[in-house]
Design a protein around this ligand. Structure first.
Ligand code: HEC
Length: 134
């Protein structure tokens, strides 16, 4: 009788202790923050199929930015290529807008979109850098 009570108490204690222990072991094994998924490079077809959600902006994108930024080998940082955009984004939105309005390297002033407003250009820069519309 005594023995089985002691066993029960022991079992209860074990149950109380071992669950959190097992959990923390799992967390330790799995690591607290899972590593980010590896960046997957887009195929040329996937890259060309990306468009801003807004139809008017998409039309401007198609006849200007996409000519270079959706084509490998143009020398332009490609749309949704996070690694290519990270160091440029780090210079800040104002610097990037200035590059586009004035032109930079192989990019003509306003990125070949004379009728793009500054807001259009900001939206297009965001789209180029992320592949997503705001
Ligand atoms: C004729 C080709 C061409 C077109 C059209 C073009 N770009 Fe570019 N773009 C480039 C090239 C090449 C670079 C890289 C310039 C460099 O850093 O030497 C570039 C770089 C950029 C950068 C980074 C600038 C920096 O300071 O690092 C932004 C932002 C950008 N383009 C946005 C746009 C937007 C928005 C459009 C459309 C409105 C556009 N581009 C149209 C060729 C183009």
């Amino acid at each position: 009788m005594f023995k089985s009570t002691a066993c029960n108490a022991m079992r209860q204690r074990l149950r109380a202790c071992s669950r959190p222990a097992a959990l923390s072991l799992l967390v330790a094994v799995a690591g607290c923050t899972p590593p980010p998924p590896p960046a997957v490079a887009l195929t040329p077809a996937q890259r060309e199929s990306l468009h801003p959600a807004d139809a008017a902006l998409a039309a401007r994108y198609d006849r200007s930015c996409a000519l270079c930024h959706a084509r490998a080998g143009s020398g332009a940082p490609l749309v949704a290529d996070a690694a290519a955009w990270a160091p440029r984004l780090a210079r800040g939105d104002a610097a990037l807008l200035a590059s586009v309005t004035q032109g930079r390297g192989g990019m003509p002033p306003r990125g070949l979109c004379p009728d793009c407003s500054d807001d259009d250009l900001r939206a297009l820069i965001h789209f180029l850098a992320t592949g997503a519309s705001r």
